[in-house]
Each structure stands twice: as structure tokens, then as C-alpha cells.
Design a protein around this ligand. Structure first.
Ligand SMILES: [Mn+2]
Length: 280
């Protein structure tokens, strides 16, 4: 399928944004049991149809920490159907993958693995439903402060992709207040990067310190992709204090009876074409 959109060029990243797919939610329900699987399938079919460069997920791909065999199977089936193939990857990773993915047994992006034929990579942080348990929670944060962003390049556009896996809100709140969260920026041409941050925490205030105020996030960011909140607010909202935008895709299926879940569900198609105007 050829894409006719003139906005799709060799310098423009095209990214599918989705979050909180909660695979396996109500999977034993006679009526809604297939919903999460069908929805994930639909989302990934958009990725293929629109020939995106990659898919970016904001956490909670699975509903359970230990997904059922069926959930895992459906997930892999869908990934295999839509993410594998001969379509070449048209962007590069500039950051040190051994650092970015040092926690993995295969510390490099899977699409560079000669035994795998990946056409649409998927990047994600973990959510609170699919978090690494126990002491590993710390690692997620360590990765952020030690590893820095994943640096991507397509043509003339550069993206610095930051992410932090879900950790308890109060704890992260304290860490921000104590200046313990540090976001490393690439040394080279600081201003040439489009800075994206993926977070999976409470955005709305559930208690004094039971959420993460947007103001805590660094103001060098350009776009924040906010997971965990299930209401779909996909249209980027500008934070006038920090001068970044926040997009909140919301969960792809309804998992609770609340007003926020009653609004229509969407995933996002993000194009990033980053011009740098250098003033000298
Ligand atoms: Mn969540």
C-alpha cells in the first residue's frame, strides 16, 4: 500500500501512539472477552496501514503482571502479523544501545537482530499493571537517570526519546521534590533534538502527592506522552508554564465505569518533522 500523504517524507517520523491496551482484561467474560485482543489487533493494523516508523506505547500493554497464556499468545500473534516483514526500517538509533538496553539479555534493538525480520518496531515503558516487581522497580528509574534517552534519526529529524516506567506516585513525587530525577540530554547539539517523554503515572490529582504535576517535568521537553490515565485526550494540550505539549491517548478499551472512560477512544498518528533554526 502506498501512502499518498505529502507529509510523509524521508525526514518525517511517523509514530503510532497508544497506551493502556490492558490485554486480557475481562478475558473470561463471554461477551467482552475478546475486546482487548481485537482492539490491539485493530491498533496494530493501523500501524501497518499507515506505514509508521514505529509504535510508541505508554505502558500497561497487559492487564496482569503475569498474563495468561491466551493473552501472551494473542499479543505475539498480533505482533507477528503486523510488525514482522521485509519493509525496511528507515530511521537510525544514534545512542549507545548497550546502555539503552543494558538490562536486556539482548542489548540491542530487535530489528537489528539478524535472526528477526522486524518491519515496525514497538517501544514502550512498563505500566503499573505490567511492572517488574520488587527491587526491579528501581532499575526502571536507574535506566532513566543513567542511560539517558534513546536517540533516533530519520533524515534531518532527530528525536530524543525519554521514558520512565511506572513507579508508585508518592515515591516518584518525593524523588522529583528531592531533585533525584535527572534527565540527561545529548551533548551534541542540544537544541537539535525533538524531545519526547513517555510517562505512566497519575496525571490528575488523587491526593496531595499521589500524582505527578506536569510542572515537575523538564521544560526542555517538546511532547509528553501520558499513559495510565484512561480518558482519551489525544489532542496535544499545551502547558503554558513549561511550554511543552501533553498528549494522553487513554486506554483503548473501557476498564471502569467513569465519565472519563465514556468519551470516544482514539489512538494517535504523530508526525515529527523537526526544523532547527540556528542563530549564529
Ligand atoms: Mn496504568
Amino acid at each position: 500500500m502506498t501512502s499518498a500523504n505529502p507529509a510523509d517524507d524521508d525526514d518525517t517520523f511517523k509514530i503510532l501512539l497508544a497506551t493502556d491496551i490492558h490485554l486480557g482484561y475481562l478475558e473470561k467474560d463471554a461477551i467482552r472477552g475478546e475486546d482487548t485482543f481485537n482492539t490491539f489487533n485493530e491498533i496494530m493494523s493501523y500501524a501497518k496501514q499507515h506505514q509508521v516508523d514505529f509504535v510508541l506505547l505508554g505502558g500497561d500493554l497487559f492487564h496482569e503482571n503475569k498474563p495468561s497464556r491466551k493473552s501472551l499468545h494473542c499479543c505475539m500473534e498480533t505482533l507477528r502479523r503486523y510488525c514482522m516483514g521485509d519493509q525496511p526500517i528507515s530511521f537510525q538509533i544514534l545512542s549507545d544501545q548497550a546502555v539503552n538496553f543494558g538490562h536486556s539479555k539482548f542489548p540491542w534493538v530487535n530489528y537489528q537482530d539478524e535472526n528477526l525480520n522486524i518491519s515496525i518496531p514497538v517501544f514502550s515503558v512498563h505500566g503499573n499493571h505490567d511492572d517488574p516487581t520488587g527491587a526491579d522497580g528501581l532499575c526502571a528509574l536507574d535506566v532513566l537517570s543513567v542511560a539517558g534517552p534513546i536517540l533516533l534519526q530519520k533524515g534531518s529529524t532527530h528525536i530524543a526519546l525519554y521514558g520512565i516506567g511506572s513507579i508508585p506516585d508518592e515515591r516518584l513525587y518525593r524523588m522529583f521534590v528531592g531533585n533525584q530525577v535527572c534527565m540527561l540530554r545529548p551533548r551534541e547539539e542540544e537544541g537539535s533534538w525533538f524531545n519526547m517523554f513517555v510517562i505512566h503515572q497519575n496525571r490528575s490529582k488523587h491526593g496531595a502527592t499521589n500524582y505527578i504535576p506536569e510542572q515537575f517535568l523538564d521544560d526542555f521537553l517538546d511532547l509528553v506522552v501520558w499513559g495510565h490515565e484512561h480518558e482519551c485526550r489525544i489532542e496535544p494540550e499545551r502547558n503554558e508554564q513549561q511550554l511543552f505539549y501533553v498528549t494522553q491517548p487513554g486506554s483503548s478499551v473501557v476498564t471502569s465505569l467513569s465519565p472519563g472512560e465514556a468519551v470516544p477512544k482514539h489512538v494517535g498518528l504523530l508526525r515529527v518533522l523537526h526544523y532547527v533554526i540556528s542563530v549564529r
